[in-house]
Design a binder for this molecule. Structure first.
Ligand code: AHG
Ligand code: MN
Ligand code: MN
Length: 334
């Protein structure tokens, strides 16, 4: 066994490389989120023994059938994080309304989360995850939760895969922590994650080809044309139907992920949700040197209009995201 000393999440959060000390209340909240993720990882692992497989019989605000684990994971976030003294509100994929925990005061925290992402993978025992984002309450209009992604002070996800990991940014780089169930700690195994600027791998649900707009169709056609096509090289393709797993792969080896607005989802503005899917992943990807766009605009600049708002998402390796923006500019004239 290696004698390499790997800092725990707490050691990492309380001894940052910068000069300014961290806000202890923020450290506690991130630790609570990590505890919630640890508990959710166990719920996923033991679901088959604990009667937590299958659907819960409810349809959530997104119009999607909730799984028992979606509901359990959502409750776990609340149970573990709600006593955090400066946490004012929870905004969850699985809750129609905002859950206010206290009278909001300037500087209090707002927690946005997708408790279980990729839950269609639960039935087939493939990777799922949790996504979260933290913003702060403003002095004016304290009950406003509609913050653009640039206002996030922390974003992260947990992946429940062959090993469980927590990937985190507080706005200065991206760090990955692996869960060691022998000690109960997340340990810093992947410091300073970066996404290579170039890639030859893309991820998209290709069954929606006939719904896609022209720029997306042309981009994918050109990738598939390989070395004899306009891109001049062969591309590989992966799609896991779990954004956490696809983004994690991109952080490990590069790539680009697309969930565009198309003819079948245009009425709802796309599939993925801005506040608790697109924004946290965009902050992580940008902090790792990648880029995140809706095709036309930087995701982090998008002003939210409602807390369950959806958006087109294209993110990953910088040069490839620039290509996608170029296809959109050329083919739609804006
Ligand atoms: P969720 O399980 O939280 O509803 O999210 C599922 C999302 C995302 O994780 C994934 O990239 C995408 O939906 C998969 O969509 P398709 O079923 O169209 O592939
Ligand atoms: Mn999701
Ligand atoms: Mn979900």
């Amino acid at each position: 066994m290696s004698d390499r000393y790997l800092p725990s999440l707490r050691q990492f959060l309380t001894h940052p490389s910068g000069t300014e000390g961290p806000d202890p209340e923020l450290v506690f909240l991130i630790e609570d989120i990590a505890s919630a993720c640890r508990a959710i990882g166990n719920q996923v692992r033991y679901a088959v023994f604990d009667g937590l497989t299958g659907t819960a019989g409810e349809v959530n605000v997104q119009g999607e059938a909730q799984k028992k684990l979606d509901v359990a994971a959502d409750e776990t976030f609340e149970r573990i994080c709600a006593s955090s003294r400066r946490l004012a509100a929870l905004v969850s994929e699985e809750r129609e309304e905002i859950t206010w925990l206290k009278e909001p005061e300037a500087g209090d925290f707002l927690l946005f989360y997708d408790p279980l992402d990729g839950s269609s993978n639960l039935d087939v025992n493939l990777s799922v995850g949790s996504i979260f984002s933290i913003c702060q309450v403003d002095s004016e209009n304290a009950s406003d939760v509609l913050k653009p992604g640039t206002r996030q002070i922390c974003a992260g996800y947990a992946i429940y895969g062959p090993s469980a990991m927590l990937v985190l940014t507080t706005g200065a780089g991206v760090n990955g922590f692996s869960y060691d169930d022998r000690t109960g700690d997340f340990r810093l195994t992947h410091p300073g994650l970066t996404i290579p600027a170039e890639t030859s791998e893309f991820a998209i649900n290709a069954s929606r080809y006939h719904h896609w707009d022209e720029p997306v169709r042309a981009y994918v056609d050109d990738c598939l044309a390989g070395r004899r096509g306009p891109r001049g090289r062969d591309f590989n393709m992966r799609w896991t139907a779990s954004m956490v797993a696809d983004v994690h792969r991109i952080l490990m080896r590069g790539g680009v992920f697309l969930y565009p607005v198309d003819a079948a989802n245009r009425d709802t503005g796309g599939k993925l949700r801005l506040l608790y899917e697109a924004n946290p992943m965009a902050l992580i990807v940008e902090n790792a040197g990648g880029a995140a766009t809706s095709g036309r605009n930087r995701i982090l600049d998008e002003p939210p209009t409602s807390h369950h708002q959806r958006i087109a998402v294209m993110l990953g390796s910088r040069d490839e995201v620039a290509q996608l923006e170029d296809y959109h500019r050329r083919m739609t004239g804006n």
